[in-house]
Structures are given as C-alpha cells and as structure tokens.
Design a protein around this ligand. Structure first.
Ligand SMILES: CC(C)(COP(=O)(O)OP(=O)(O)OC[C@H]1O[C@@H](n2cnc3c(N)ncnc32)[C@H](O)[C@@H]1OP(=O)(O)O)[C@@H](O)C(=O)NCCC(=O)NCCS
Length: 229
C-alpha cells in the first residue's frame, strides 16, 4: 500500500462538508441561509417588532430597522458562514401554502417570521443557538420548530459535542423553547446585563451529543435529514 501522499486518488468515504445545509425543513417553516435579498424583509420585521425585541436583544435599535444596516449585517453573516463560525437562517413560514395575512412580511417561499443562528465556540466544542421571531407571529411554535430542526444540525457540525441555548432568567418566553425541547438546564450564572429586560442571570440550557436524539424528538431528526436541500 503506497503512503497516502503517493496514492493516485483519495481513498475512504467522501468528506462531509464543513458547514450545515443551506435549507432545512422545520415543520411549518423552512429555514433558509440568510442572503442579501432578505435584508429588506429583516429591516421591516425588526421595525415592526422593536418593542418586542428591545428588552432582550442589544442590537434592537431603530438603526436595525434600516435597510442599509441590515445589508451590512447580511454581508457579515455571509462572511461568518464562509468562515465556518456562524450560520444564520431566515425563518420562513410556509404553513402548508396558506396565503399570508395582510401584516405579513412576504417572502417568495412564504412569510418571513424571524431568524435563527448557530454560533460555534470552537474552544469548547459547543454550538450556541439564538433566535427571534416577529412580534405579530409569536406563540405559534415557530421558534420551537426552528430550534428543534437545528439542534441535530448543530450537533452534526464537525468537532461539536453540545448545543446550548442561553437566555436571561427573566426571559420566560425564550426559556420556554429549550424547556419544551427537553434541553437540560445546566446552570444559571451571573452576567453583565446587555439589554434592558435582563436580570443579569443567564440560564445555560444544554443538549449533549452523547444524549442522542431522544430529547429533541424523532421529528427533529427527520426534519434535519429530509429537509436539507
Ligand atoms: C423568545 C421568542 C423567540 C419565542 O418565539 P415563539 O415563536 O413565540 O415561541 P414558541 O411559540 O415556539 O413558544 C414555545 C414555548 O415558549 C414559551 N413561551 C413563548 N412565548 C411566551 C410568552 N410570551 N410568555 C410565556 N411563555 C412563552 C411557551 O412555553 C411556549 O409554548 P406554548 O405556546 O405551547 O405554551 C420570541 O418571543 C421573541 O422573539 N422574543 C424576543 C427576542 C428574544 O427574546 N430572543 C431570545 C433571546 S435569548
């Protein structure tokens, strides 16, 4: 057997791509890699949701509702994706093809209802999942469906051992998602307040790779396997 460097063709199974799929089916949603065409929808959605986002999201300022600043953010998101560090998806509600209502932020695939991101921390083999939804589209299970679909996607990233969801203790809406998905509350630690609604105590919800697909459910596995296009 010649040494690897001398072999005429690479051997062994084909390598997995380093990044996640750019589209993931997530129940009533499709999650789609954010691209420049989404900047307008994000700006409109943020503008209509400022009061809802401001308590928890430090970036939720009037400037974030401006198309130009969202264009800059999409370029940054693109760079993060290419560097393999961060993967931001638009949450698009397809809801079985039902027409979107009058207040909808329309999208070619349905309706824009928020974003969700995977953020890698290479040092401790962790991927953190963060999300927000449009104020007029809360409590429809969208954030849960998106996080459910992306949990196995996060855990499949090379060198990843755990997925985490962080939220301030006062953010009961956000804590509802990992709780519902069967994440384990690993710890609560003091942190500097970054947004006005925060109490300064951060909940760290964890899903370990070693725990298997049980807690995120069969549907999440199906969504991730069948949904990547
Ligand atoms: C947190 C947030 C993303 C939730 O999105 P969502 O799509 O409405 O969440 P879901 O419909 O999937 O809710 C899942 C569960 O969370 C809990 N929950 C959601 N909103 C809640 C609220 N306003 N009050 C109390 N519990 C809530 C419930 O347990 C809910 O399940 P149920 O509706 O069956 O009771 C959304 O409220 C949001 O964008 N908030 C502002 C930004 C933010 O806080 N982002 C997270 C930062 S850590």
């Amino acid at each position: 057997m010649p040494a690897a460097a001398e072999r005429p063709f690479p051997s062994g199974p084909p390598r997995e791509p380093a990044g996640p799929p750019e589209r993931v089916a997530a129940g009533p949603l499709v999650l789609r890699r954010v691209h420049a065409d989404d900047a307008g929808a994000i700006a409109v959605a943020v503008g209509a949701s400022l009061d809802h986002l401001r308590p928890w999201m430090p970036w939720a300022t009037p400037d974030a509702a401006d198309l130009r600043s969202q264009l800059v953010r999409v370029v940054e998101a693109d760079e993060l994706w290419e560097s393999g560090i961060g993967f931001i998806y638009a949450m698009i509600a397809t809801d079985g093809g039902r027409p979107a209502g009058p207040s909808a932020v329309k999208d070619p695939d349905g309706e824009f209802v928020g974003t969700i991101g995977l953020h890698r921390r290479l040092a401790d083999e962790t991927v953190e999942i963060g999300y927000w939804t449009v104020a007029a589209r809360t409590r429809r299970g969208y954030a849960t469906a998106a996080a459910q679909a992306l949990t196995p996607v996060a855990l499949a990233l090379p060198g990843t051992r755990r997925a985490e969801i962080h939220c301030d203790e006062a953010n009961t809406a956000s804590a509802g998602i990992p709780r519902k998905l069967g994440y384990r509350l690993d710890r609560v630690e003091a942190h500097e307040r970054e947004a006005p609604g925060e109490r300064g105590r951060r909940m760290i919800w964890v899903r370990d790779l070693a725990e298997g697909p049980r807690a995120t459910g069969e549907t999440a596995g199906r969504a991730a396997r069948g949904g990547a296009r």
